[in-house]
Design a protein around this ligand. Structure first.
Ligand code: ADP
Ligand code: MG
Length: 661
């Protein structure tokens, strides 16, 4: 069944559902409530001024609608609840009037004003509370869709698909844990009537999601063990010669990781390693040396990054370090066609040793003569099917993933269980701690002064805002708005420019290059600069609406400054949420902050503002549900090792799902 075939979903609601990332019936039925409202009758004896109340009763007077101004009306009526009469008013629900005839039973939720004896309702529902409590699922919405709409569509879909819901838990495990069927679980999660049952099915659905996830990790681990490594013999002294041409001395952590990689490359097993390291810890150079080692043993390397800006930066970096020793090329979407053809040819005939670029590198029609190492930076690791692609080309290159989003080690060992993990903890010497300052909006004049002080010393500044366009419905500041503010303040003396994700890449690159070379003093940006950018002379970062971001994201952003010995400052501007933001003042340790994020927001923000496909759980939360995760890990491993005959089909389904990703 397709989404459009669900009863009640028309073309208009289809578009709205798509907006919520609901594309299939499966997405719809697993669109879980973000929370539940427990509707329990308020005891009037306990009411103090201005408390939220939930009561039920009968309509006592014909509702009266008063128009206040365009787009705003108010409806008033009297309600009899048990033995009292009180007033109810509600804004912009005139359409309810026809249902509220005298005597109708309603549930009213709102704020009670004791002196006026009036409830200003936020919601009115038909029906009564009865003696038991009512549990109402609350969904994340988009404008044009009500909570009721979504609930109805989900229930229609559940009716429509009948018993045909795929259950990813093998039956022997379902029996062991006394889980209800998937269908029943879905029915309950969307229409709960009993808190205890709701808890049980929530655990069941979390377990299922984590079982599937850990099955994937364990499967990948097993598959990876089957792959032989490429023959190599890289000697320690070979790389030590390269250390001499570096513009700085490597830190001990960097050296340790390089040794780990060298051992991996030399081993008969294929390398599958994750390199975690805080922002600014110097991961790039480690990957460059890895690629150099790979070159020494006669293989080609590809460095994959998520943005062209980053590709450019890495390319220039490698070129200036190794340009005399190896042939390096840059291949991105904006490489001119003729140039592309040349690069393709030189990759195929082996002339090029290192190629830097975006995802296109490992897909499409790129043919390598002998690809030996793939490095991905700041990028969600690539899936099995992409590895399959490489295998089809007759290659099983070693893989190094680099990530600046550190996650606590205990979790890393499980959720990255298919990889070996290296960690850089130490920052390069000579770095000064970044000073972090919190400011309110009415202190912007101070902020401008601080900026001016920095500019006078010929340092550069990043200014970050969450939005591109002005947006009437929120007070968030937009980058365009900021630009005019900055132009007013500094435009006469300083160069100001703007980048955002919706710009054509060529324009973005041009501006970034100007910022890198110091021709732009203030760069206003959305979070597109979050990953990887390295401009040493930038010493100040100003983040507007800082409360909009998770701590890890803010830490990533802040990591764009403090990349040299210049004293750097990060200014967070927000009127709200200051307690959480204070944490950033106390530490510059990304691991600690990710722990804090973990505590405060669960795993949701772990991967920055972008939802990572790998870690985007619908119901489970790696931190809160860690025990379930461990159990699911154990169970899925056993399931993979010795799948009962009657479950072979399920196993195939799970594997084919992995391959589709
Ligand atoms: P990240 O780990 O965030 O990717 P980078 O690799 O971009 O960090 O390194 C941050 C900056 O530190 C770069 O300018 C890089 O040249 C510099 N750097 C890396 N290692 C060292 C070192 N051992 N000593 C001094 N500077 C270093
Ligand atoms: Mg980096």
């Amino acid at each position: 069944m397709e989404l459009k075939d669900v009863k009640g979903i028309g073309p208009k609601s289809l578009v709205l559902l798509n907006k919520l990332n609901i594309m299939t019936v499966d997405d719809l039925i697993s669109y879980y409530p973000v929370r539940y409202d427990i509707l329990k009758r308020t005891d009037f004896n306990e009411i103090t001024e201005d408390t939220k109340v939930i009561i039920d009763g009968r309509v006592e007077s014909i509702p009266l609608v008063v128009r206040i101004k365009a787009g705003l009306n108010k409806m008033n009526f009297r309600l009899v609840s048990e033995d009292r009469i009180l007033g109810v008013s509600i804004f912009n629900r005139a359409f309810l009037k026809q249902h509220l005839t005298i005597g109708t039973s309603v549930i009213v939720i709102g704020k009670y004003d004791k002196t006026k004896n009036v409830i200003t309702a936020s919601d009115i529902k038909l029906g009564s509370l009865g003696d038991s409590l009512k549990i109402e699922p609350v969904y994340h919405l988009t404008s044009g869709l009500t909570n009721k709409n979504i609930s109805t569509y989900i229930n229609m879909a559940l009716l429509g698909i009948g018993k045909n819901v795929l259950d990813y838990i093998p039956d022997y495990l379902s029996e062991k844990y006394k889980f209800v069927s998937k269908k029943i679980a879905l029915n309950i999660i969307h229409n709960p009537s009993d808190i205890e049952k709701l808890k049980q099915v929530t655990i069941r659905l979390k377990y299922e999601e984590l079982f599937e996830f850990m099955f994937k990790i364990n499967y990948l681990k097993k598959e990876n063990l089957k792959l032989d490594g490429l023959p190599r013999k890289i000697l320690k002294k070979d790389i030590e010669s390269i250390y001499k041409i570096l513009p700085f001395k490597l830190t001990n952590d960097q050296k340790t990781v390089i040794e780990e990689i060298r051992t991996d490359l030399n081993s008969s097993k294929r390398m599958n390693r994750l390199l975690q390291g805080d922002v600014g810890s110097g991961k790039t150079i480690v990957s460059i040396i890895a690629m150099y080692m790979n070159h020494l043993s006669g293989y080609q390397s590809a460095l994959m990054v998520p943005t062209e800006i980053l590709a450019n930066q890495h390319y220039n970096n490698i070129k200036s370090l190794l340009g005399d020793l190896v042939k390096v090329e840059l291949l991105t979407g904006s490489t001119p066609k003729k140039e592309k053809m040349r690069i393709y040819e030189e990759l195929a005939n082996g002339e090029i040793s290192i190629v830097v670029g975006t995802h296109a590198l490992i897909q499409s029609d790129v043919v390598y003569q002998n690809l030996g190492l793939v490095v991905t930076d700041e990028q969600h690791r690539f899936g099995v099917n992409q590895r399959e692609n490489l295998k089809n080309k007759g290659m099983t290159p070693d893989v190094l993933y680099m990530s600046a989003t550190p996650i606590p080690r205990t979790y890393a060992l499980t959720i990255y269980g298919d990889m070996d993990v290296s960690t850089i903890k130490e920052l390069p010497k000579g770095r000064q701690e970044i000073t972090t300052i919190l400011k309110k909006y009415d202190e912007i004049p101070d902020v401008l002064n601080l900026m001016y002080e920095e500019l006078k010393q010929h340092h550069q500044i990043y200014v970050i805002a969450p939005l591109i366009e002005e947006n009437d419905s929120s007070n968030l500041i937009s980058v365009n708005e900021l630009r005019s503010k900055m132009l007013d303040a500094f435009g006469k003396k300083y160069e100001i420019d703007l980048v955002h994700g919706k710009m054509p890449t060529a324009t973005k690159d041009e501006i970034m290059n100007k910022f890198s070379s110091g021709d732009v003093d203030i760069l206003i940006s959305t979070t597109v600069i979050e990953v990887g950018i390295d401009v040493k002379n930038a010493s100040m970062m100003v983040i507007f609406d800082a409360n909009r971001f998770g701590l890890s994201t803010l830490h990533q952003l802040r990591g764009r400054v403090g990349r040299s010995s210049i004293k750097s400052t990060c200014i967070l501007i927000s009127d709200q949420d200051t307690k959480r933001l204070e944490i950033l003042k106390t530490t510059c340790d990304g691991f600690k902050l990710s722990e804090e994020d973990f505590k405060l927001r669960g795993s949701g923000d772990l991967f920055g503002t972008k939802q990572s496909g790998d870690m985007a759980f619908k119901i489970a939360n790696i931190r809160e549900d860690y025990k379930i995760l461990l159990q699911a890990n154990k169970d899925s491993k056993e399931f993979l090792e010795k799948t009962p005959l009657e479950n072979l089909k399920l196993r195939d389904i799970l594997i084919s799902k992995i391959k589709q990703q």
